[in-house]
Design a protein around this ligand. Sequence first.
Ligand code: PLP
Length: 399
Amino acid sequence: MMEVYLDNNATTMVDPQVFEEMKPFFCDIYGNPNSLHRFGSGTHPKMLEALDYLYAGINANDEDDIVVTANATESNNWVLQSTWIEQILNGDKKHIITSEVEHPAITATCKFLERQGVEVTYLNVNEEGVLEADAVKEALRDDTALVSIMWANNETGKIFPVEEIGKICKEAGVIFHSDATQAIGKVKVDVQAANVDMISFSAHKFHGPKGVGGLYIKKGTPLMPLMHGGEQMGGRRAGTVDVASMVGMGKAMHLATNTMALAYEENHVRMLRDKLESEILKLPDTIVIGGRENRTPNTTLISFKGVEGESMLWDLNQSGIGASTGSACASEDLEANPVMNAFGSDSELAHTGVRFSLSRFNTEEQIDYAIEQITKAVERLRGISSSYAYAPQKHVSGL
Ligand code: PLP
């Protein structure tokens, strides 16, 4: 049986070239980078190279900061909690703007801040799953401390108008943070062109190791540290740096963001995703949630009418295919996917979405096999679904 991994928005395989770069830092060059002796300072050249790759990958200015964190969750928490302490508790602001379709690393943190008295506006997306920049403009208040809007959505792949939002925030003098976790390596992320003050990312989403991520901080952006201790990361995040992970993340960033890599993503990965999607859409009562426009090249979120997403995943798993229902049914009471609910779609749609997310390591042979198996699974599951036989055969409106 062929094995096909189509859950790359959850995490990716470590690129073997990244793994090779990391290896020396476990048993050979293992000194603490802060030590003065050669065992420690021997790590510096590769750490500096990693930083260079990180700066180049997002087009950061030399004067800006990139701080290595544990992951995007930490970076997002840092931005929100520091904003709260610095600008709200100890300042005169009260308000944060975000969207309803952010990852829980943003929304759950915002809920926590609301319990501390912070006012949060959760903007809704349009029927195509995209946040309109004007909605940000309308929501801005004199006491808004921060706008946090993702670069690309993890479930639908929809790309948000960060450049426009960046411009609006700049004009209003409000700090703009974007969670770019699902954008790096899939589309061009240029922090200067986007006028963004901070972005978060996680290495394991672009073929780097797990447990390491970053926060880009534009020069002059106020952000107090949350980790106090040693002077690592210029005093912005205390704690001995995991050199192997940092070096791995740098290499992964380099491999994912150079022009050739992005062109490959645009051509090869998009071609495979479009083939998968077009073939699946030949099945009746099957739609792409949010439509096919304006997405990262690797993602498709498909609703199969009458087929519970969880059943579909289980069936596909038997055939060696790994996909996802995103955050759908994450809880034991089979709560529907909040991203799909945010579209205002009916609850059936929310329960029938399956996300396929590809990577540069997928082959056409794998995609052909996946098409075959998905088709069989849908036919089998619809055959035993009482609701499908009796359901009116119409597409869900507006999507
Ligand atoms: N932000 C987005 C948009 C994500 O998709 C994810 C992970 O799926 C995260 C943040 C959190 O990443 P991590 O678990 O590496 O912290």
